[in-house]
Design a protein around this ligand. Structure first.
Ligand code: ADP
Ligand code: MG
Length: 481
């Protein structure tokens, strides 16, 4: 593996690696928060892995000596499991200041960089190199979002501005956004390569989460010379060629940030600069959104990403396994795809778990091993928590990526009504509740509604293998064997 491959691999699995450290080394959640969670990958050179303490995640830096003691043992055991095990790696910890200097060069050197004219650059981007269009599997659930993303990446600022992408957790919003940024930069670079050097212009892409946007704004306002700092902040965001703001939901309701974002938006929009926004809901569903911001969001195109169907889940698993050089029995893919539905990050996590498990135990990956490795993920109620209607509602809503409130609500759309009927069926099957009681629990529904819901699921289970599979997967979560 070369440095780039190592880095990609680490970035792609970083959260999982840290979690494995926690689990395998029994790190308490307090220690984890302080020593492991704030660590991020800075870079990889030869076989040296540079890890820095990210103060955006935790304010108080604990010192590299402490990291040596607290973080090195677990990381140096777990990291190689995700890489080529026949090679050696060295881990070096960087303080926040060292990391900053590594990325931007020593402060005084800023001037000498001036004549290096960048053709395209992603400011502060930490774009994940793996999140490209090439690695994005297109299915029924995301084809609109994918097409819109590609259109915007090909001709930034021309079609839909802003492009607003929404959907549940782990369904590929961030992946698509990074893909747009990578694509737009590459394309710009290709076009520029044909021009004489003096005519080349830069193309600045900025990707931030709305949390970073908010934090930077707060810093700017708080700084003593607040006018200058605020001006710098504005300068930074209002002069980019493409702005991608991920998870915008975190700024809705924060008045000052919303206001600042509104002006940033107008400034960029006026210059035809492409904006891409992601969120967990469509703009209209934010109770606290300012009307003028809402109307801005709706000026462009709003697309959603839904949960992937079985075929798409299988395709994603196969792709990911291939990229990881994992060869697995088809039964294992089917097992994962049948049991994990609502979150692609979980799908990938399942593959990683199997992989790490087999490496830790030095055993081949068989369907039985896969089941064993995924026990916690797929049947979390192994330890036999009492089965209550509340537990069932929680398990069903988690599974579908909806909320318990959705189950109780009056919403009638299929994505809610089917899980609701399945909940009725499962409560009936696992508890002693009577029909009218189940109706009460599920938002005050009539007992006849419950009876017909349960009948409907019974019938579907006979006629439709998907329903039967779903009920089986859920049953395992509620009551393992
Ligand atoms: P979100 O931002 O919506 O929470 P992410 O973009 O972080 O979700 O996606 C979670 C994980 O799932 C990432 O590792 C991503 O690469 C992967 N993923 C999501 N959608 C797809 C897809 N259509 N094809 C391949 N991988 C995907
Ligand atoms: Mg995301």
């Amino acid at each position: 593996m070369n440095s780039t491959e190592i880095k990609e691999k680490l970035l792609a699995n970083w959260e999982e690696i840290k979690n494995t450290c926690r689990e395998e080394f029994d790190i308490s959640s307090v220690s984890y928060e302080i020593f492991i969670y704030p660590l991020d990958i800075l870079d990889v050179k030869d076989h040296t892995i540079m890890i820095y303490f990210n103060t955006n995640k935790k304010k108080n830096f604990v010192g590299t000596v402490t990291l040596d003691r607290k973080a090195r043992p677990s990381l140096s055991a777990i990291i190689p499991l995700y890489l080529d095990q026949s090679e050696d790696y060295e881990i070096v910890f960087y303080s926040p200041e060292e990391a900053e200097e590594y990325l931007n060069g020593p402060k005084t050197a800023a001037l000498s960089q001036e004549n290096q004219k960048p053709v395209s650059s992603a400011k502060n981007s930490n774009l994940n190199p793996r999140y490209t269009f090439d690695t994005f599997v297109v299915g029924n659930n995301n084809s609109m979002a994918h097409a819109a993303a590609l259109a915007v990446a090909e001709a930034p600022g021309e079609f839909y501005n802003p492009l607003y992408i929404y959907g549940g957790v782990g369904l590929g919003k961030t992946h698509l956004m990074h893909a747009i940024a990578h694509y737009a930069m590459e394309q710009h670079e290709r076009k520029q390569a044909d021009l004489p050097e003096k005519d080349r212009v830069p193309f600045n892409v900025m990707y931030v989460t709305s949390e970073v946007f908010t934090n930077e704004l707060i810093e700017a306002i708080r700084g003593g010379k607040s006018d200058i700092a605020t001006a710098e902040f504005r300068n930074k965001y209002r002069n980019v060629d493409m702005l991608l703001i991920d998870d915008i939901q975190f700024i809705i309701g924060k008045d000052r940030t919303q206001e600042e974002f509104f002006h940033t938006f107008n400034s960029l929009f006026g210059k035809n600069r492409q904006m891409i926004i992601s969120s967990d809901k469509p703009p209209r569903e934010f109770a606290q959104i300012e009307e003028r911001l809402l109307s801005r969001f709706e000026m462009g195109l709003t697309v959603d990403i839904q949960m992937p169907d079985y075929e798409t889940r299988m395709a994603i698993l196969r792709n990911k396994a291939e990229a990881d050089h994992l060869r697995l029995d088809d039964k294992i893919f089917d097992y994962i795809a049948t049991n994990i539905k609502s979150n692609i990050r979980e799908l990938e996590g399942a593959l990683n778990k199997i992989n790490v498990y087999s490496r830790l135990k030095h055993v081949e990956i068989t369907p039985e091993l896969a089941e064993e490795a995924l026990k916690d993920l797929i049947s979390p109620n192994e330890n036999g928590v009492a089965i209550t209607p509340e537990l069932i509602m929680k398990i069903v809503s988690d599974y579908y990526g909806i909320t318990v409130e959705d189950l109780l609500s009056t919403k009638k759309s299929r994505d809610i009504s089917v899980p609701r009927q399945i909940t009725m069926y499962l409560i009936r099957a696992y508890t002693h509740e009577k029909y009218d009681q189940i109706g009460m629990l599920l938002g005050g529904r009539d007992h006849t509604t419950v009876i017909s819901g349960v009948r409907k699921i019974e019938e579907d289970m006979r006629n439709d293998p998907t329903t039967a599979n779903t009920v089986e997967a859920l049953s395992k979560r509620i009551k393992p064997e």
